[in-house]
Design a binder for this molecule. Structure first.
Ligand SMILES: Cc1cc2nc3c(=O)[nH]c(=O)nc-3n(C[C@H](O)[C@H](O)[C@H](O)COP(=O)(O)OP(=O)(O)OC[C@H]3O[C@@H](n4cnc5c(N)ncnc54)[C@H](O)[C@@H]3O)c2cc1C
Length: 292
């Protein structure tokens, strides 16, 4: 049963931060509530004060910068990202990933910021956004910092956010020309069991850049730089052999955990399978965009 709490409606980020500072452990940011209210209903956690960020002006919405970067307000629901034309035209991998998060009811209210800040290991955006080198803006009253998204995640359900800090914005830089990103996941429960994001840039028949991130497998979503190195600066025609090695390296580095989704060995195997498919799909996407 849901115990009573006070819903605070701050008018600014500074006011929200002040409320968090004033009430300490008794207060928590509330966005879509799809995780928070569920956990409170089940009696797993309780807060006396929920600080609603959906009413803070400027925290929801999507815009493109002059340099092509996508700026996503932390309180933007998944459903908006799935449907926004600037996302689907310029960042199709993100729109596709968002369209496959949870179900439409969760996507309608659940926000990207809530997804990242909850740091549930079985989630999609944290892995895909890392192959774009996304950054996050963290703000508190009187200060702000911008960090790479990968540094936000500290452990399962744990981020580097300070008690009075809010995530306010996610910034996604565009990929270089002749690039494509693909995210593939596999799962048979509500949330993903394994997710692999890949971004590839081609130049003169070579893989000029390859970025790989794995999510849902270990405690946090991670970039796989050693695996990336196996694919970079190689002729595209030679990438098949390197893919098997990259898959093995990524599987080992993902710190796979045995849980309800499957054994660590099973997840490691899937990392290799999804990495190969995602890489090949990204190559095909670059080729396809050049034929158009
Ligand atoms: C049935 C179901 C299926 C799901 N399936 C998937 C799936 O397939 N893939 C996937 O990726 N996810 C999945 N999810 C997770 C879903 O994406 C998240 O529930 C949702 O994005 C959380 O956003 P929210 O706004 O509801 O967060 P809330 O529940 O409001 O908050 C979650 C946490 O983040 C904190 N928080 C929220 N916003 C901020 C902020 N701006 N700054 C600081 N802290 C903040 C809150 O204090 C809280 O601790 C699923 C969830 C459910 C319930």
């Amino acid at each position: 049963m849901l115990r009573p709490f006070e819903l605070c409606e701050p008018a600014s980020v500074a006011e929200a931060s002040e409320l968090l500072l004033r009430h300490g452990e008794a207060a928590r940011i509330y966005a879509g509530g799809t995780e928070l209210i569920l956990a409170m209903k089940e009696g797993l956690i309780h807060y006396d004060y929920l600080v609603n960020v959906k009413t803070v002006p400027g925290l929801a919405g999507v815009r493109l910068d002059a340099d092509g970067s996508l700026r996503i307000g932390a309180a933007t629901p998944h459903r908006v990202l799935e449907r926004d034309p600037s996302v689907s035209e310029r960042f199709p991998a993100i729109a596709r990933m968002e369209a496959d998060v949870a179900n439409v009811r969760v996507r309608e209210v659940g926000t990207l910021g809530g997804n990242l800040c909850f740091a549930e290991p079985h989630a999609d955006p944290g892995a895909l956004l890392q192959v774009f080198d996304a950054t996050v803006r963290l703000e508190r009253k009187g200060g702000a910092r911008t960090i790479p998204l990968e540094r936000l995640f500290v452990g399962p359900f744990e981020t580097c956010l300070e008690g009075d800090e809010l995530l306010t914005e996610i910034v996604v830089p565009p990929l270089a020309p002749r690039s494509a990103a693909v995210y593939l996941k596999f799962g048979f429960l509500e949330r993903p069991s394994v997710g692999v994001g890949v971004a590839v840039t081609l130049a003169d028949g070579h893989v000029a850049d390859a970025r790989i991130a794995v999510g849902s497998v270990g405690p946090v979503p991670r970039r796989m730089r050693d695996a990336e190195a196996r694919l970079q600066d190689r002729p595209v025609a030679d990438s098949e052999a390197a893919l098997a090695e990259a898959g093995r390296i990524a599987a080992r580095a993902s710190d796979a955990i045995t849980d309800l989704h499957g054994s660590a060995e099973y997840k490691e195997h899937l990392v290799g399978v999804l990495l190969r498919r995602a890489f090949q799909a990204a190559l095909a996407a670059v080729a396809g965009s050049e034929r158009r």
